[in-house]
Design a protein around this ligand. Structure first.
Ligand SMILES: O=C[C@H](O)COP(=O)(O)O
Length: 253
């Protein structure tokens, strides 16, 4: 059975105090209200990781992730954070290939494939992002375009390694715009990606891969999105900065 996951990507938001308050509120609400099997992954900016992880402690169903990692193992790369460093701080997940990293920091498929391998080598679970621009969606080539991102970033992995990957499909035109993909559009792409995975790794691995949707997901649309058979949760940006919204999304399964 594949995991149901709601990952919060705080992006470059939250001061120390704000991050502590948000985490405490999420933990309290999860404890009091959440009885389902969906798990939460909090992905704050790097400096928050250690204190947020301490707050999480042994809380059930709540995990800590990073928003990025280096494609280099270690050494003279000022400003970078390696997967080894992340793992040593108890980080469990890492977002790789978010469209903002691909676009603003020119991260190539080759670089992302290297990051994925380093993450897996340190026991981190990559949340591998893919998604198409509005231009590509309008041209009707979104499916091959997004499949290609998976092929380039992940299909070098052994079946054993691939089975640890979480995918996040995020249409770029839906990120932070308030314009969500319809639940049918999300389902169509998720099903296409699952078929693509099956063609390379077989049906069992494909059926066990969690594929999350990201892009203006909120408490109002989460239930419909998560109700689709191939949507296994969400990668949440804006709504993950409000404890009430984030926990309501987790409770939408
Ligand atoms: O990583 C999260 C996504 O970029 C979605 O962001 P958003 O929920 O603010 O649209």
């Amino acid at each position: 059975m594949r995991k149901k996951i709601v990952a919060g990507n705080w992006k470059m938001n939250m001061t120390f105090d704000e991050g502590q308050t948000l985490t405490s509120e999420i933990l309290n609400m999860m404890k009091d209200e959440h009885s389902g099997d969906a798990i939460a992954v909090l992905n704050p900016p790097f400096p928050h990781i250690y204190p947020v992880k301490k707050l999480i402690g042994e809380a059930k169903g709540v995990f800590i992730g990073a928003q990025n990692c280096s494609d280099k193992e270690s050494g003279a790369y000022t400003g970078e954070v390696s997967t080894k460093i992340l793992a040593s701080f108890g980080v469990q997940y890492v977002i790789i290939g978010h469209s903002e990293r691909r676009e603003y920091f020119k991260e190539s498929n080759e670089m992302l494939a290297a990051k994925v391998k380093l993450a897996l080598a340190e026991g981190l679970i990559p949340i591998f992002c893919c998604g198409e621009s509005l231009e590509i969606r309008t041209s009707g080539t979104h499916e091959p375009n997004v499949k290609f991102q998976l092929t380039e970033g992940l299909f070098d992995l052994s079946p054993e390694d691939f089975s640890k990957i979480v995918i996040a499909y995020e249409p770029i035109w839906a990120i932070g715009t308030g314009k969500t993909a319809s639940s049918e559009e999300a389902q169509d792409m998720h099903a296409a990606l699952r078929r693509h995975i099956a063609s390379k790794y077989g049906k069992d691995i494909a059926e066990n891969t969690s594929i999350l949707y990201g892009g203006s997901c909120n408490p109002k649309n989460a239930q419909e999105l998560f109700g689709k058979p191939d949507v296994d949760g969400g990668l949440i940006g804006g709504a993950s900065l409000k404890s009430r919204d984030f926990v309501d999304i987790i409770k939408s399964f």
